[in-house]
Design a binder for this molecule. Structure first.
Ligand code: ZN
Length: 170
């Protein structure tokens, strides 16, 4: 997903791009906004720009090997964590194909859309302490492409305190 695929937010996009061009990529970034704001799209576009091998002035190139992998949400240095229904799986991994499908369909989805996509019973998904172990494991792996490693945590507010305490250090 490129910045051009996210509607509006020109000022934010410019700030994000400027930061990367100045080599100021902080270890954590919070993308906060109301429903329909496009925070997930912005965070993916940001990750794509960071990892792009042929950065353009105003966006990632969209055609380098890194961009192509991110288009498929299959880049080995870009990970995702998101809420899951614990009784089905306490980590994100088994839901990755649903996740890719959902983003490709429409990146402006809500927690309710996601719940309906992964659980016919509509049970409340959370990010649990088991996921925090996965986040730490993924970020401790060596970078596949030799650059940044990124984990996008969607709906971080669904994290329980056990999980958030565990990832404080990283
Ligand atoms: Zn690129």
């Amino acid at each position: 997903m490129q910045f051009k695929d996210v509607i509006g937010h020109q000022n934010i996009k410019e700030k994000l791009i400027h930061g990367i061009q100045k080599n100021k990529v902080s270890h954590a970034q919070l993308f906060s906004g109301d429903l329909g704001y496009g925070t997930l799209g912005l965070s993916i576009a940001y990750a794509q720009y960071v990892l792009c091998l042929e950065k353009k002035e105003n966006d990632s190139c969209g055609t380098c090997s890194s961009c192509l992998k991110i288009n498929e949400l299959q880049h080995p240095d870009l990970h995702f964590s998101f809420p899951t229904v614990q009784i089905e799986s306490n980590t994100s991994n088994p839901f990755l194909s649903h996740w890719r499908e959902q983003i490709k369909k429409n990146s402006y989805f809500t927690l309710l859309d996601w719940t309906q996509a992964i659980d016919i019973k509509g049970r409340q998904p959370i990010i649990s302490v088991f996921e925090s172990a996965e986040i730490q494991r993924k970020l401790s792996l060596k970078s596949y492409e030799g650059g940044y490693k990124i984990t996008i945590i969607w709906m971080a507010e669904q994290m329980n305190s056990q999980c958030s305490n565990k990832i404080l250090k990283i």
